[in-house]
Design a protein around this ligand. Structure first.
Ligand SMILES: Nc1ncnc2c1ncn2[C@@H]1O[C@H](COP(=O)(O)OP(=O)(O)O)[C@@H](O)[C@H]1O
Ligand SMILES: [Mg+2]
Length: 148
């Protein structure tokens, strides 16, 4: 039998902050979050809202061109780095390692939020969160979260 998901949430842009809070409360102990979903599913939008909720002061944008965006926030009085990565343009694990992705995901005290993780799934340390976002209408999304 397949293991049950940690969480399943349906949300719209009107309720996305609730979804972010719910996920953060139940999963902040995991530091590598893989966001799987089609183009336009809402991966960047969710990461953006999450970063704002965490108090990130840096401008949060899609890391399509830089591949890695770096943000900072305070957790338990300590400065933490968020690596917001987009692996879409990477061909495979080797390219991901050469681009510095492994160095990011190995940092236990920092966070990695990864779009298009299926390009190099072998790089994800265990445990990590595998999060799927599916469109269920023009404004509604279904998120399912697994611990892998
Ligand atoms: N509930 C929702 N969650 C996230 N995005 C939504 C939602 N409803 C509508 N949208 C829209 O869908 C698009 C998602 O784009 P984006 O976050 O860039 O997707 P991705 O990073 O997965 O390619 C945005 O235009 C956003 O405004
Ligand atoms: Mg995106």
């Amino acid at each position: 039998m397949a293991p049950a998901p940690l969480l399943q949430i349906s949300y719209s842009l009107a309720t996305i902050e609730n979804a972010v809070n719910q996920l953060w409360q139940s999963a902040h102990q995991y530091n590598v979050w893989a966001f799987s979903g089609e183009m336009g599913a809402g991966k960047t939008t969710f990461v953006h809202t999450l970063c704002n909720t965490l108090g990130v002061q840096d401008a949060v944008s899609s890391p399509t061109f830089a591949l890695i965006n770096e943000y900072h926030f305070l957790k338990d009085g300590t400065d933490r780095t968020i690596y917001h990565m987009d692996w879409y343009r990477l061909r495979d694990t080797e390219e991901a390692i050469n681009a510095g992705m492994e160095d990011c995901v190995m940092q236990k005290n920092n966070y990695s939020f990864i779009e298009w993780p299926e390009k190099a799934p072998e790089l994800l340390p265990h445990p990590h969160l595998w999060i799927t976002i599916e469109s269920t209408g023009p404004d509604t999304r279904n998120m399912t979260v697994w611990v892998k």
